[in-house]
Design a protein around this ligand. Sequence first.
Ligand code: FES
Length: 130
Amino acid sequence: MALYSEKVMDHFRNPRNTGVIENADGVGEVGNAKCGDIMKIYLKVEEDIIVDAKFETFGCGSAIASSSMATELIKGKPVSEALALTNQAVVEALDGLPPHKVHCSVLAEEAIRKALQDYYGKRDAKDICE
Ligand code: FES
C-alpha cells in the first residue's frame, strides 16, 4: 500500500490557495519547533464568512497538503465552523496521513486558529475605534 493517499499527493503536487492575501483580515503563523517547518495562513472575512484563504508553508509535503486541504475546507464557511476545524478533519479529508506525519496537520489547525484570533482582535479593535 502506498504511504501517501492520492489526495495527499494531489494537494502536495498541486496545492490550492497558495500565496498571500494583501490586507488580510486575519493572519496566523505557527511553527513546529522539532522540524523547523513554518505555516502562515491568511484570511479574508466578510460578514463572518471566510471568503478567501491562502497559505505559505515552508515545510514537508504533508504540511503543504494539509494547508491546501485546510484552506479548501474553510473557504466559504462561517468563522465559527473554521474555528471548530480539527487536524483530524484535515487528515480525514486527505484520506489519511501516515502516523508519523499526523503532527504536520496540527500546524494547519493551529495556523487557522491563530489567524482567527488575529481576525477577532482586529475586528474588536475596529469596533472600539468606530
Ligand atoms: Fe515538519 Fe511535517 S515534518 S510539519
